[in-house]
Design a protein around this ligand. Structure first.
Ligand SMILES: [Zn+2]
Ligand SMILES: [Zn+2]
Ligand SMILES: [Zn+2]
Length: 347
């Protein structure tokens, strides 16, 4: 494609992205009902996606075509200009930008941010936001998405956007700074108002929605975040969300092999909600209730259904079938009761 055409296409994409982002910001301002917020989130996700593509295109226009390996350049160009090209996902765009353009998402603290926007969009589209008032977690997640846009526009478009889009970018950065500031103020206010509640939590986990250590994890109370009010429907859903968002385990990769999905059937309640490798719950190291005679051992297992937690000495993987178990054999290695029964039978 001729450089002038690439340039025009980048301008068109950037303008489109800004139009979606502007509509998004306008939709979220004031005190929106959930429906407005849902549209604003979808607009944000579309805006981010198009903006990423515009930046990839500036580097190498063929990269934004998902099926570029199968078609000639002429065909790709024709499809791209006609708007019928099958283009890459936001995740692929981030990958190209990091690997080929050298955009440092990680060093700037924006690693995973685009995926978070995609997830928020999915939640909005599948109307899990519609229950109750607009959750604080949504405002926080939306604010994080906008903050990403602000950084990306500032570092990748402000000084290098082509032609007339430079002014549009400049104006939008100014408006966006104000909105991001308002959301940040809102978050600070919220932090102040719930600080005492968060301090009062006995055993605390990081929240998968707002990223704060504000989820109480006690047998007495249901799983809930004191900051954003995350209130998962049940233990299985809570465990899955915690594992993918807080522990960063990717369910897709676990299916394809390599990684293990660390959620097991709970030894106490039987629900598929017992997580291996849970964070330190922040218990008092002087806790005399610990089963381990050597003193405090941070819990390694935690069930999001019955909120049972246990350290390694109490629960271990069976040395024979690898399932979690509380049982041990004669020689001190862990072995579950089923395996133990088979061992006895075969003797
Ligand atoms: Zn939260
Ligand atoms: Zn349980
Ligand atoms: Zn076993």
């Amino acid at each position: 494609m001729e450089p002038s055409k690439v340039n025009e296409l980048e301008q068109a994409l950037t303008e489109n992205a800004l139009a979606f982002l502007r509509r998004s910001v306008e939709g979220i301002e004031g005190s929106p009902c959930n429906r407005d917020a849902e549209f604003a989130i979808v607009d944000l996700a579309v805006g981010v996606e198009v903006l990423l593509k515009a930046r990839v295109l500036r580097h190498d226009w063929t990269l934004i075509c998902a099926d570029r390996a199968k078609k000639s350049e002429e065909q790709l160009e024709r499809e791209l200009l006609a708007g019928t090209a099958f283009t890459i996902t936001p995740t692929s765009a981030v990958k190209y930008l990091a690997e080929e353009v050298g955009v440092d998402f990680k060093a700037n603290g924006y690693d995973g941010r685009v995926e978070q926007v995609s997830k928020l969009r999915n939640r909005a589209v599948h109307f899990t936001l519609s229950q109750g008032p607009l959750p604080i977690s949504v405002t926080v997640a939306y604010g994080r998405g906008l903050d990403f846009v602000l950084w990306f526009l500032g570092s990748e478009f402000r000084d290098s956007a082509p032609g007339r889009t430079a002014n549009l970018v400049e104006d939008f950065i100014e408006d966006l700074t104000a909105v991001v500031g308002e959301i940040n103020d809102f978050v600070v206010e919220r932090e102040k108002s719930v600080a005492a509640n968060i301090r009062a939590i006995e055993r605390c986990l990081t929240c998968p929605r707002c990223d704060r250590r504000a989820v109480s994890f006690t047998e007495r109370d249901p799983i809930r975040c004191a900051f954003c009010l995350w209130n998962p429907a049940d233990g299985e859903i809570a465990a899955a969300e915690y594992v993918s968002e807080v522990l960063g385990t990717n369910q897709y990769r676990t299916v394809k092999g390599g990684e293990e999905w660390p959620v097991h059937e709970c030894l106490s309640c039987g629900e598929l909600a017992m997580v291996q490798g849970i964070e330190d719950l922040g218990e008092d190291p002087g806790d005399a209730g610990s089963l381990n005679c050597d003193g405090y051992v941070a819990p390694h297992w935690g069930c999001f259904s019955c909120r049972m937690s246990a350290g390694y000495p109490e629960v271990d993987r069976c040395s024979r079938c690898d399932q979690p178990t509380t049982q041990g054999g004669d020689d001190g290695t862990s072995i579950c009761s089923e395996c133990w029964a088979e061992v006895l039978k075969s003797d």
